[in-house]
Design a protein around this ligand. Structure first.
Ligand SMILES: *Cc1c(COP(=O)(O)O)cnc(C)c1O
Length: 428
């Protein structure tokens, strides 16, 4: 009896002693690619349908094709928008949006200093001038910064809802209305997220989405655009199909309003359409799972003294792609990353984007031809891209760190994340 008690007591003491040096997990925990983890018989069946019909082209073939059209129909419904267009990538969708808005030489587009290359590139490819605005603690474009950058040449505000989190949309929409500007929502990193109960992408004049592997749902590559405006839809559709407008799309807008124009070929294939149709039907399941997991982590650490999360304009609508903490200094954020790594729970700085004004080719104002129009206007000649144009953006991104979420994390996984943060936080 005595001995048994003693053994139990020493085992407890050993376990307690161990806890200080043993990592929370024995194997690393790291978020994966969301959509691909949900691939099953449904994606397989969609692909087989296309293969067996021998109809991989969206507009005609030996059998009437229907995958991309069906995807567009269901995507428009899910995004609470009248029209949806499937294209080959999010970058292609951005270019279609530029064409739809008739952005060109002499025009200025305000976009966040922290975003993906595609946003800047789409403005350059349109021959217009990208004007970078600072971000706020949502990690998205700061409405005050936007207001300060508006000139008579400004035509469009490009907001980007990064890492699952909506920007301060109400303020952006009010500013756009006041200055009679168009709004483009880049929802590439927030497919399935919402703001005040409505899907992201349905607030601006156009919303674009990426369906590349790092995003919520995927066919490896893919993109989509939504709008409620038949003319914007027609211009976008024409741009992705050499300038023409096919009958099913024309019927959707009650007949073509415009004539032939110029465009690229960004048409989605039926294979992509089929996989995306299967994935789209799982989107809410994926988003709910990620949100649920993020909620467990928020709830488990909310009481830590002095804790401050990323600014969430709509906590119920964000995806919960990552739980980010303001660690006040770069040194503390770096210490947090190292300490979490030692616990085998991987943490990271805000990611998936670049600080545009710090990239060498942007600082040098490179373009595609010596006479490229982007930097030929007086404003284009005068504009500077450099780290000192976005100090706040750099500061925010240096002092935040967090844990990326995965829809397939188990209750044990999220408990480990909470345990690791609670263990590490007092030491940094
Ligand atoms: C991924 C991404 C894009 C581009 O999408 P692709 O499908 O990779 O071309 C555009 N904007 C943002 C914010 C992105 O993260």
């Amino acid at each position: 009896m005595h001995r048994r008690k003693f053994v139990a007591a020493t085992a407890l003491a050993a376990a307690a002693g161990q806890a200080a040096d043993t990592p929370v997990r024995s194997t690393p925990l790291k978020a994966g690619y969301w959509g691909t983890q949900y691939y099953d018989e449904t994606e397989k069946a969609e692909l087989l349908d296309v293969l067996e019909a021998r109809s991989p082209f969206r507009w005609y073939g030996p059998q009437p094709p229907k995958k991309v059209l069906q995807f567009e129909k269901e995507f428009a419904t899910r995004m609470a928008s009248k029209y949806a267009l499937g294209v080959t990538s999010g970058t292609a969708a951005l270019q279609c949006a530029m064409a739809a808005f008739e952005i060109g030489p002499g025009d200025e587009v305000i976009l966040p200093a922290w975003t993906w290359h595609s946003c800047f590139n789409a403005v350059i490819l349109a021959g217009a001038l990208p004007v970078c605005a600072e971000i706020d603690e949502t990690f998205n474009i700061d409405p005050d910064a936007v207001e300060r950058l508006i000139t008579p040449q400004t035509k469009l505000i490009m907001v980007v809802h990064l890492q699952g989190n909506p920007c301060h949309l109400d303020r952006i929409l009010a500013i756009a209305k006041q200055h009679n500007l168009r709004v483009l929502e880049d929802c590439a990193q927030s497919v399935g997220a919402s703001y005040k109960g409505r899907p992201l992408g349905s607030f601006g004049d156009i919303g674009i989405y990426s369906l590349q592997m790092n995003k919520s749902i995927t066919a490896g590559e893919g993109g989509a655009l939504v709008t409620n405006d038949p003319i914007l839809f027609e211009r976008a559709a024409r741009f992705q199909d050499l300038g023409g407008f096919r009958a099913p799309h024309a019927e959707a807008v009650g007949g073509a309003h415009l004539g032939w124009t110029f465009g690229a070929n960004y048409r989605m294939s039926e294979f992509t359409g089929g996989v995306l149709l299967a994935q789209l039907r799982k989107l809410d399941r994926i988003c709910n799972a990620v949100r649920h997991n993020a909620k467990q982590v928020y709830a488990g650490i909310r009481d830590l003294p002095g804790i401050k999360f990323r600014d969430l304009p709509d906590p119920a609508g964000e995806l919960g792609s990552g739980v980010f903490l303001d660690l006040q200094t770069k040194a503390r954020a770096d210490k947090f990353l190292a300490a979490m790594k030692a616990e085998n729970v991987l943490a990271s700085k805000p990611g998936g984007s670049v600080i545009l004004p710090t990239l060498p080719h942007i600082m040098e104002k490179k373009s595609l031809h010596p006479n490229w129009p982007s930097f030929q206007s007086p404003r284009g000649k005068a504009i500077r891209y450099a780290p000192d144009t976005c100090p706040r953006t750099i500061d925010i991104l240096q002092r935040y760190a967090g844990v990326l979420m995965d829809p397939k994390f188990t209750a044990a996984d999220t408990a480990d994340i909470v345990k690791a943060i609670r263990k590490v936080y007092p030491t940094i």
